[in-house]
Design a protein around this ligand. Sequence first.
Ligand code: ARG
Length: 481
Amino acid sequence: MNQRVLWSGRFAQGTSDRTLAFTTSLDVDNRMAFYDVVGSLAHVRQLVERDIIDPSSGEAIEAGLKGILSDLWQNKVEWDGALEDVHSNMEFLLTDRVGEVGGRLHTGRSRNDQVATDFRLYLRDAVLDLMELLMALQTTLVCLADEHMDTLMPGFTHMQHAQPVSLGFHMMAHFQRFQRDGDRLMDSFDRINVCPLGSAALAGTTYPLDRHATASMLAFDRPSENAMDAVSDRDFAVEVTFVCALAADHLSSLCEELVMWSGPEFGFVEMSDLYSTGSSIMPQKKNPDVCELVRGRTGSVIGDLTSMLIMLKGLPFAYNRDLQEDKAPVFHAVDTVLSCLDMTRDVLDTMIVDKERMGAVTEDGFINATDLADHLVTLGLPFRKAHEVVGGAVRLAIEKGGCLEELSLDELKGLCDLVGDDVVEVLPVRRCMERRNTYGGTSPESVSLQILEAESCLRKREEFIGKRRDSIALAFKALTG
Ligand code: ARG
């Protein structure tokens, strides 16, 4: 049996070592230690302010907590697995330092509101980290778009050549997905940024705590509205995990394309040696393992979301120990997506684009057929009829073993008596890309506009992150001194 025993008054004998080993969460939740101390610093100040504990006890506790903080920074904290979790470890560390007075800290507080507070404090920073790395990846996508708004490539549907686009346009399509992920994180921030402290075990507390004051000391927007909900609510964590899962999906699509594009069948890009790996048997191999792992790890992040949803399903109010299982999947989802964002950006930053090859493959596959049909429409044909006529032209070209541009003017004119000499101007693939000039289209002009708008979105995002980071830093500085 361990010497340090938790809340032993009720028990005739201690909890067994096996139970302690089964129930501990320390290995997972000790990463919230810093937030636990900061939350305690706000709580103890409030206890003193409201005359719930005397100022000298408050000072001793505050000094003890600050000492623990400095040990944390120096990695000197000695954790005790037998003490269940990070919260009780912190309490014991405190009483080890300051003596019995440390026992006054837990007045008007429960681990239930404490853990909910720590988790929110942690996730608030994690969301800003995710937003920052999303932005870094998006910035790379914008740079690529800027560089390649004239780089022709096939746009695909059903993995068949559909219509010509630019690589820049394609990169901006990925940008938009990550932009929405960032928007979702921004939305989630407001729901995370609510303070459960003072909810105590489930019903609030008899001590006259000013919960608004505690909330603002920790840079939360407001205190939570209902104590029973506050100690049980993990919606905010599910939301973040969902955004992680969707961002992982988005990353996996991007990486899947990069895997395909780097193979010889496509040959669109070559990855830097820095982000490729070799084969133990085939000397010629240069494998896109980073992208494959990003794609592969998506599954585990989706698993994290499923774990969270199923853990919460059917839980009665209020706190249940099941809730302890919330942190591992969320931490895993956040860590995984952070590293995937980081690596994917590096892969994109360092890959070499083979513009010639990309352009050359647009010559196969009748990628300009829609434009020929559109041309016939401008001559007066109903689109459905034009579609049929061009279908015939494609068939003719296939029989002759060539593409639409290789049909003679007479052959093209033979398709429909409205066709004139200017039909040849319709067919060059680059023109087909440049002509798609509607808002949101692939023309360089349109992509330039998309880039401008993207840059303004990124600036706003940066401002959002900066403001939040500043107010958190200010509040924490005031607490930690
Ligand atoms: N380690 C616990 C968790 O993460 C802390 C809260 C424990 N509360 C309790 N009533 N057992 O959920």
